[in-house]
Ligand binder design. Structure first.
Ligand code: MRU
Length: 341
């Protein structure tokens, strides 16, 4: 069964509270822009595409609560800086608003629903394209959660795994724990187990020994932002995994919709990397792991250089290096901005 991270109800946006999984399945109803913004900041809803969809619904809420759309967009844009899907979705909502007169709630809600539906369709075609890369019996390592929970309900990296199973393949998954927020052990393992996958949790430092001692067919991850040259920002720890994969000759695949490509940035160095509160490292669920005055560094994402990426799986097909022209071509065919968002 596929979890649904977000759903529009007549009252507002209902979010599956991802902070409480896997032990508690609870939903939070957001009736205001501020409630959605808070939920994005605090990772009630997370994952690049899901953040974009949530922000789109929040713009409809802004129209309903009579908040100026510019103020709402500014607040939502301030929540998390790395995933470009957030800014992409806000831009789509602004375009609709600029074309309409009168009450904007209806048109904005319709656009948010369209973004939501398109994301699922896009994940499914991305999954179909990507599954062809996996052998009939595959062992795959994944990092963070790029699944149903991170999207509108099917997944990018995990969507590829789902599509492989739908194509009759057998897939064994190792899920990196993903420190510090544990999206791998808490979310990926939970959603894959619900779906009947054979999934084993490992800590982030175990992927190297795993690749050294067992046959691993692929490393498959999602992305928060992809620069025009194919450099990939994703959850912290992705870069280490890519380096180890290349060292062991294991293909390193990135699965992401074209809305994750930011053609306005030439290289990954320009991608803004979110730094989060150090207490995420110092404690887990309120239990201190180290004293409060121990210095920590907590970047939420890292950048994997394009040269380590074997292929980028998109809804428009599988792209191979050199990524500059491949991404440009794919964006052009999809009618998306090739330069400067
Ligand atoms: O901090 P998060 O949990 O929002 O980070 C999520 C990731 O890094 C995912 O891999 C990425 O957003 C792709 S989701 C399809």
């Amino acid at each position: 069964m596929l979890p649904e991270p977000l759903r529009w109800t007549g009252e507002g946006l209902s979010l599956l509270d991802q902070r409480r999984l896997p032990f508690v399945v609870e939903h939070r109803l957001c009736r205001t822009v501020e409630q959605v913004a808070w939920s994005i900041e605090n990772m009630v809803v997370r994952g690049a595409p899901a953040i974009g969809v949530a922000a789109a619904y929040a713009m409809a809420l802004a129209a309903r609560e009579g908040m100026p759309l510019e103020t709402a967009a500014k607040r939502l844009a301030s929540t998390r800086p790395t995933a470009v899907n957030l800014f992409w979705a806000l831009k789509r909502m602004e375009i609709v608003a600029s074309r309409c007169r009168g009450n904007l709630f209806g048109p904005l809600l319709a656009e948010a629903e369209a973004i939501h539906d398109e994301d699922i369709a896009c994940n499914r075609s991305l999954g179909r394209c990507g599954q062809a890369l996996l052998p009939r019996e595959s062992t795959v390592i994944t990092h963070c959660n790029a699944g149903a929970l991170a999207t509108s309900g099917y997944g990018t990296a995990l969507g590829v795994l789902r599509a492989a199973v739908e194509a009759g393949k057998t897939v064994t998954v190792f899920a990196d724990e993903t420190r510090p927020r544990l999206q791998g052990s808490r979310l990926t393992a939970w959603e894959l187990r619900q779906d009947g996958f054979d999934v084993t949790v490992i800590t982030d430092g175990m992927s190297g020994p795993l690749m050294r001692t067992r046959p691993v067919d692929a490393v498959l991850v999602g992305a928060d932002r992809i620069a025009a040259n194919g450099d990939v920002a994703n959850k912290i720890g992705t870069y280490n995994l890519a380096v180890v994969a290349v060292r062991h000759g294991v293909p390193f695949y990135v699965a992401a919709p074209l809305s994750t490509v930011d053609a306005s940035l030439e290289r990954g160095e320009s991608i803004p990397i979110e730094e989060r509160d150090g207490n995420e490292i110092r404690s887990i669920d309120g239990t201190a792991l180290i004293p409060a005055d121990f210095p920590v560094w907590n970047p939420a994402f890292d950048v994997t250089p394009a040269e380590l990426v074997t292929a980028i799986i998109t809804e428009a097909g599988v792209l191979y290096p050199p990524y500059g022209p491949a991404l440009r071509d794919a964006l052009k065919k999809a009618g998306l901005p090739e330069k400067g968002a």
